[in-house]
Ligand binder design. Structure first.
Ligand code: FCB
Length: 459
């Protein structure tokens, strides 16, 4: 007789699930920001790709909203394009706001709760021409845009993310120099990072003043750096330094209001203190760190475990390593700040979808465990729904549960689309789903159940 199915891994009632996106990667024709300009440079983007129409959301986002609704999604994290809303300094475009109002309203009518990011890597060209984020004036400029956005959209959005992955923006643009403005200048990098942290605090206060009930947070890039050789003192120091710079400086600054070294000398910023109502975690991989004397690598060379399982390879090699236990670890660490936690991004590039179902299940299981252990995780935003324009990787990396041909805009769901949809609808991971999509995970997710051989789909 077949064993009775085990009870499903149930998530708390109201747990939010949906995709994460960003404006430049999906809207198309964002011609007035620095990324569009960067894309025109030969060699800037892998295979010479351009964002072009992207996923054509500026015209037809509703196509994907319908998909989200059919997939039982309850939430969506999206971003606003500053250069559309404020195409020239101080001139705000009401037509752009009308389109964003239609998008937010469209989500709400489908019972999908929007979480809106105000800065996701792109700046208006006019801001760049004025020195971008190296210039402290950007903080005031950002505040004015945020004020306008919350006043015109605040009735349709009640959850905000100020900045997406500030440190990734800084490292790619000013340390590695592979994203605009393509600099390798450590002091400028620190100045930009300091301005971004200050801008977060100011934006937090502005959002609260104009929409008091709406929670505000940030989306932190987390890679859970671990020493390559834990016995080697230099590797341990290098890994700790990265954790300090990438995670600690920001999270503690936004908690106690202090600009720590090397951003400052512990100056207290009133607007920054207690400036997160929730903490957003963007998690894709963990990294091993081996000491390296090069300051441009922040004294640590990052690499993946030689016996790890890898996603598709990007322009510069392996993109991510399967490490759901690192997500579990970081959620437990962040929980010590006693703020609600959202996974604001998680996913992998996997064009043939032969890993995505397993990675999805593995990461959701890690979250489920953390929740069982008392962590306050409120939602999971998967990167992403449809293939999109992946910054300097162009269209070369495919993160979508739905395959997109950018030339024809035709969409074709991959197998993981049905899996995530089933989890979203039931708010649970059932044994049958695991047997169907990733039977090799069965002993991990349902350790006390007898293995069931029926229903195992050949992959
Ligand atoms: C994150 C970015 C997001 C997307 C994913 C794959 O670092 O926030 O825009 O490109 O990586």
């Amino acid at each position: 007789m077949p064993a009775a199915p085990m009870p499903a891994l149930q998530f708390p009632a109201g747990f939010l699930r949906g995709p994460a996106t960003s404006a430049h990667q999906v809207e198309g024709n964002n011609t007035r920001n620095q990324w569009w300009r960067f894309e025109q440079q030969p060699g800037a983007i892998w295979h010479g790709d351009r964002s072009g129409l992207a996923c054509d959301w500026w015209n037809h986002a509703e196509v994907d909203f319908d998909l989200m609704e059919r997939m039982g999604h309850s939430a969506h994290r999206m971003s606003l394009e500053w250069s559309r809303i404020e195409p020239e300094p101080g001139r705000f475009d009401s037509a752009a706001i009308e389109r964003y109002r239609a998008l937010l309203d469209g989500l709400r009518r489908r019972n999908i709760r929007p979480m809106v990011t105000l800065h996701h890597f792109t700046n208006p060209l006019w801001l760049e021409q004025a020195g971008g984020w190296e210039n402290p004036a950007a903080i005031v400029r950002f505040q004015q845009y945020v004020r306008y956005a919350v006043r015109t959209l605040g009735d349709l959005c009640n959850q905000w993310v100020t900045l997406n992955e500030p440190l990734v923006y800084v490292v790619q643009g000013w340390v590695r120099g592979i994203w605009p403005p393509q600099k390798t200048h450590l002091l400028a990098a620190l100045r930009v990072f300091r301005h971004l942290l200050q801008a977060h605090g100011v934006a937090y206060q502005t959002l609260h003043a104009n929409s008091p009930g709406a929670p505000v947070g940030y989306a932190l890039p987390v890679r859970v750096f671990q020493p390559s050789n834990p016995k080697r003192w230099l590797d341990r120091k290098a890994a700790n330094l990265k954790r300090y710079l990438v995670e600690h400086l920001w999270v503690t600054g936004a908690a106690d209001g202090k600009l720590r070294f090397p951003l400052g000398l512990d100056e207290y910023q009133h607007s920054l203190a207690d400036s997160a109502d929730f903490i957003g975690i963007n998690f894709y991989t963990r990294d091993l760190v081996r000491f390296h004397p090069d300051p441009r690598q922040l004294f640590g060379e990052e690499h993946f475990s030689p016996d790890g399982e890898y996603s598709d390879r990007g322009r510069r090699g392996v993109y991510s390593e399967y490490a759901p236990q690192a997500l579990h670890q970081i959620v437990r660490e962040v929980n010590a700040f006693h703020k609600p936690i959202y996974i604001t991004e998680n996913g992998l590039p996997d064009h043939d979808d032969d890993q995505r179902p397993r990675w999805l299940l593995g990461h959701l299981h890690a979250l489920h465990q953390a929740i069982q252990q008392g962590c306050d995780v409120r939602g999971y935003y998967h990167w992403t729904l449809t293939d999109n324009f992946e910054w300097s990787e162009g269209w070369g990396l495919r993160f979508g549960r739905v395959e997109l041909d950018p030339a024809t805009q035709l969409r074709r769901p991959r197998p993981s689309a049905a899996l995530y949809s089933a989890i979203a609808r039931t708010n649970a991971i059932s044994e049958t789903l695991v047997q169907t999509y990733a039977p090799e995970l069965h002993p991990i997710l349902f350790p006390t159940a007898a293995p069931q051989q029926q229903n195992v789909r050949k992959r």
